[in-house]
Ligand binder design. Structure first.
Ligand SMILES: C[S@@+](CC[C@H](N)C(=O)[O-])C[C@H]1O[C@@H](n2cnc3c(N)ncnc32)[C@H](O)[C@@H]1O
Length: 288
């Protein structure tokens, strides 16, 4: 797909790190083209535009109350269109305005993105399907990041907004082989659930899709692997409860056996493919 490979993102790399192509599930995703070492900056993507939700809600309210949603139009440039009746229509219009400032190619790439929210006005539907938080309640629309799928065993870190480069970044959590899918976890709490079904239900509730990643899809996971995964997740959850992560729990951090519990959690996280969790737990051991 034109303009949708890693060469755009990391111009310094000798070869593009990834390509965008169809996944076995039939939608698009990002795949490693070359071996990628753990810790590599895989994506550094500036937003096409951002949308500040509270500001937009405020402007919509102002427009509704008749105090105007923007500057007073000059003679001959009054709005001819019907004013938006709902916040969704208002946001859709704001997005279309921002798109009008972009190039034809950028607009095309935006309109080609996935839209799993057909109940919404179309530009806002694309935004709702793909946007990722930058800071506070601001959502960023990223043309490349939007092609990266979710996995409950992600190969990449969660998007980190970098205010100095005005871009969001993804790093490799482990060594990645050519052909492997590059994913991050849309849900940040992969072992907070009473098993895989509860996690899938939460994905459906929050993101409105049935997760078919390698950790969730029964077609990609044997019954034994699934049972082992369930067992690990449950054990992780129990151990986490035992040592506690609240301020209260921290007070009890030095209780005997805590380091052993953390070590067991690191091992279980690695076996489960939760590399970021394993790293965080290792840091906690170092700091103890
Ligand atoms: C940000 S887009 C990712 C790229 C998208 N697959 C595409 O074709 O452009 C998010 C959408 O991709 C799909 N998706 C991402 N991760 C998924 C997963 N683990 N299981 C099922 N669908 C997923 C969902 O439809 C979701 O709304």
């Amino acid at each position: 797909m034109a303009g949708q490979d890693g060469s755009q993102t990391l111009a310094a790399a000798a070869e593009p790190l990834f390509e965008i192509r169809e996944t076995p599930a039939g939608f698009l995703g990002a795949f490693a083209r070359v071996p990628i070492a753990r810790g590599t900056l895989v994506l550094d993507d500036p937003p096409l535009f951002t949308l500040d939700a509270p500001l937009q809600a405020y402007l919509f309210q102002r427009a509704q109350s008749g105090s105007g949603g923007g500057p007073t139009p000059v003679e001959g440039e009054e709005e001819e269109e019907e004013p938006p009746k709902t916040l969704e229509e208002f946001l859709d219009k704001a997005i279309r305005t921002m798109l009008s400032w972009k190039t034809d190619e950028q607009r095309k790439e935006f309109w080609d993105l996935a839209n799993t929210r057909p109940e919404l006005p179309p530009a806002y539907g694309i935004f709702a399907t793909n946007a990722v938080q930058t800071t506070g309640e601001t959502g960023g629309m990223f043309l490349l990041l939007s092609r990266f799928n979710s996995s409950c065993r992600p190969t990449l870190s969660r998007p980190a907004w970098n205010p100095s480069t005005n871009s969001t970044r993804l790093y490799a959590l482990r060594d990645i082989s050519p052909g492997e899918e590059l994913t991050w976890t849309y849900l940040n709490v992969t072992f907070e659930f009473e098993g895989v079904e509860a996690r899938k239900a939460e994905m459906l509730r929050v993101f409105e899709f049935e997760c078919c990643c390698e950790a969730c899809d029964d077609e990609r996971l044997s019954a034994e692997e699934r049972a082992a995964s369930e067992k690990r997740l449950l054990r992780l959850r129990r151990l986490k409860e035992r040592i506690g992560w609240t301020e209260e729990g921290r007070a009890a951090e030095q209780t005997s056996g805590r380091t052993e519990v953390l070590r067991e959690m690191v091992e279980l996280s690695r076996q489960e493919g939760l590399w970021e969790t394993a790293d965080r737990l290792e840091k906690a051991i170092e700091q103890a």
